[in-house]
Ligand binder design. Structure first.
Ligand SMILES: Nc1ncnc2c1ncn2[C@@H]1O[C@H](COP(=O)(O)OP(=O)(O)OP(=O)(O)O)[C@@H](O)[C@H]1O
Ligand SMILES: [Mg+2]
Length: 454
């Protein structure tokens, strides 16, 4: 048997992937946001430096001059972490001042608008800012300030680590919450199971009560189980009644047998002695018949196998007629077969089908009256096998009751035990067919039809 599935584990496994994805996405977006705002702040600082440098540019006789005293230069260059570079000069021509050669901006800045870009200065990557200052001669002066990326990189990796740690912590907390959340949901189910167990210890086969304690998700399952319990207790009751009836059926002839044999023991007159023995044999024969019927019923009641072999019902009809022909002749009954003689194949259990036909035929011979006709026939369409007689038939209101176990119509002669038609009914059920009891062709008699599913 396969290992039972854990709902808790299955839920966790199913939630894990989307949860991790959400956490990864939120981590990435937190990282991106933090990265963006720290860059904005650092860019603003760079802008401030560029502006204070730009403010040092003066125009003397139409020429640009940078007046940067030593103190101001030190302030501009001072930074513990990064190196700061600057350069001031026209786009073309000699530069005015600077401590490094900085790369040109990808696009020209317009009147004092700033352009930020990346570049490399003496092998280190830098963030550069360029502003253009209007010049009287129309040749603008470009002020460029650059800064190495140490601060930015350190900040980025710090933000990254914080995001990763936060995401992992969030994942752990979420998983714990789910684990315990699902667990407490399942606990209520376990309580319901405990209740049912304690209840069934007291009274077996009672339905499970559906109260507020039962989780909604389990209610359909409980309904199914209750239906099953209903079926089980019905068939249990039926079985109990059947066993009681069967015991009763066998006890009565057993008592009779005992009386006959005791009588025979005490009897000295040979003729009466022989009659008593004869009666005992008769009772034994009846008991044998009842036992046979009980066993057949038990066999028909067993669970059906999955695939049934192909059986020729035409052959069964002919052979059953042959088997009873002598009895029919001695009873003065005209027993015959009706059919084309062609095989009619259905999926079924041959011994049970023979048993069914034998029982219907037995009824026809027994209750059909003397001097009448009895026919065992087959039909191809549907397919079906039927037994028809010209006797008194079964009144319409009795046609359901005669299928019940041990039921015999009041006043019926002969020594049947009332199991024949219930056996047929059981075999019909096993073959997913239907048993139709109707009047014979002329309106009289009985036609019992065993119809197979087409
Ligand atoms: N062909 C028939 N004609 C008239 N009555 C019938 C016919 N077949 C069945 N019955 C009635 O239906 C009752 C039930 O039949 P069923 O075959 O179940 O039991 P049984 O013949 O009495 O006993 P068993 O078949 O177990 O020996 C019979 O007792 C009889 O009253
Ligand atoms: Mg019978």
């Amino acid at each position: 048997m396969a290992e039972p599935r854990s709902i808790r584990r299955a839920l966790l496994a199913r939630l894990m992937a989307p949860l991790l994805m959400i956490l990864a996405l939120s981590g990435i977006s937190a990282y991106g946001l933090a990265q963006h705002f720290s860059q904005v702040v650092l860019d603003n600082w760079l802008y401030d430096s560029a502006m204070s440098l730009a403010n040092r540019v003066r125009w003397e006789n139409g020429r640009a001059v940078v007046d940067l005293p030593e103190g101001a230069r030190e302030i501009l260059e001072w930074d513990i972490v990064d190196r700061v570079y600057y350069e001031v000069g026209p786009l073309r021509g000699e530069r005015l001042m600077g401590n490094a050669f900085l790369p040109l901006p990808p696009s020209m800045p317009h009147d004092s608008a700033a352009v930020y870009y990346e570049g490399i200065v003496s092998g280190a990557s830098v963030r550069v800012l360029a502003v253009a200052l209007k010049a009287p001669d129309g040749n603008p002066i470009i002020v460029k300030v650059a800064e190495t990326r140490h601060k930015r990189n350190a900040l980025a990796s710090e933000v990254l680590w914080i995001s990763v740690v936060l995401s992992v912590m969030l994942a752990a907390v979420s998983l714990l919450v789910i684990w315990y959340g699902v667990g407490s949901g399942i606990d209520s189910m376990e309580k319901a199971v405990r209740d049912v167990r304690s209840q069934h210890a007291v009274a077996a086969l009672t339905p499970i009560p559906i109260d507020a304690e039962v989780p909604v998700e389990v209610v359909p399952l409980v309904h199914e189980i209750n239906d099953l319990i209903g079926d089980l207790s019905a068939s249990h009751r039926l079985n109990q009644r059947f066993v009681a009836d069967a015991a009763h059926q066998l006890r009565t002839p057993l008592a009779a047998l005992r009386v006959q044999l005791e009588l025979a023991l005490r009897e000295h007159d040979p003729e009466r002695h022989a009659r008593a023995i004869n009666d005992a044999v008769h009772v034994l024969t009846r008991m044998g018949h009842t036992l046979h019927q009980l066993l057949t019923l038990a066999k028909a009641d067993e669970e059906a196998s999955d695939t049934l072999p192909l059986v020729d019902i035409d052959l069964i009809a002919r052979e059953e007629v042959e088997r009873r022909i002598d009895d029919a002749v001695s009873a003065g009954v005209d027993l015959g077969y009706s059919g084309t003689g062609e095989p009619i194949l259905i999926r079924g259990q041959e011994d049970l089908l023979r048993e069914a036909v034998a029982n219907l035929l037995d009824n026809a011979l027994r209750y059909g009256g003397t001097g009448e006709r009895v026919t065992v026939g087959v039909e191809t369409n549907a397919p079906e096998i039927y037994v028809e007689d010209e006797g008194p038939g079964i009144p319409e209101k009795e046609r359901d009751r005669v299928r019940e176990r041990f039921y015999r119509i009041a006043g019926t002669q002969g020594d049947g035990c009332g199991l024949g038609l219930s056996i047929v009914e059981e075999i019909v059920r096993r073959h997913a067919g239907s048993l139709v009891l109707e009047s014979g062709a002329g309106g009289a008699g009985l036609r019992a039809r065993f119809i197979f599913p087409s």
